[in-house]
Design a protein around this ligand. Sequence first.
Ligand code: IPE
Ligand code: IPE
Ligand code: MG
Length: 243
Amino acid sequence: MTVSSVVPHHVAIVMDGNGRWATKRFLPRLAGHKQGVDALRRCVRACIQRGVRVLTVFAFSSENWNRPADEVSGLMSLLATALGHEVPSLSKEGVQLHFVGERQGLSAKVAAGLVQAEQATAHNERLILNVCFNYGGRWDVAQAAAQLAARGEAITEASLNAAMALAHVPDPDLFIRTGGEHRISNFLLWQCAYSELFFSPSLWPDFDDAALDAALHDYASRERRFGKTSAQVQTTGASAMRA
Ligand code: IPE
Ligand code: IPE
Ligand code: MG
């Protein structure tokens, strides 16, 4: 393996560029989304091999409902198909699946499939895979605040954090966006406060092991300061800074 020994515990990825990948080949956009599923399967495997423990991917945003109806319904069918095809092999590889996002708006069949996949993989411990589907960073903050309000609890950083949809994992260390755009597009707004950002020019279906290694290699060269000075970090060590 070519990457440095500093492997991020949690990697988050905005899997962008499927449509452009397809359009470049005179294919319908959905063909790009299908390739995107293959790219995700490869990426999960590569992350396991490299020692990443949590992978969080953005598959469908709250705003993606505004796309043409045939693309939206194609993406819903693709999720249903991928659930059927991918879950058994992911489970065999030790992947614990979580679907993160609003369930309302999904068909009853898809919603039931998500619960089933989560239950079937709950015992796995090699890699936690969070698939953010019908997810938005603003939705997440609002739903967490609504939970606290409903319970009459005080809103603090800690109580909000515990009510967020990704409360079961630490914040992402490395935030990757493929497809060349330099924006967050309403992904993990709360959780990426101190994530290292990496923008890959690869379109998501082309995001291979070498592209992942480029991101991991760049991450390994970063100095994470969490508000402190460089001298402080070098004395105490970056990992101690997170604790
Ligand atoms: C990302 O690829 C997948 C989804 C948003 C569902 P896009 O579909 O946004 O691809 P581009 O950005 O149009 O190339
Ligand atoms: C972000 O990509 C959402 C996902 C990858 C699921 P978009 O393609 O929707 O983002 P914008 O519209 O370019 O900002
Ligand atoms: Mg896009």
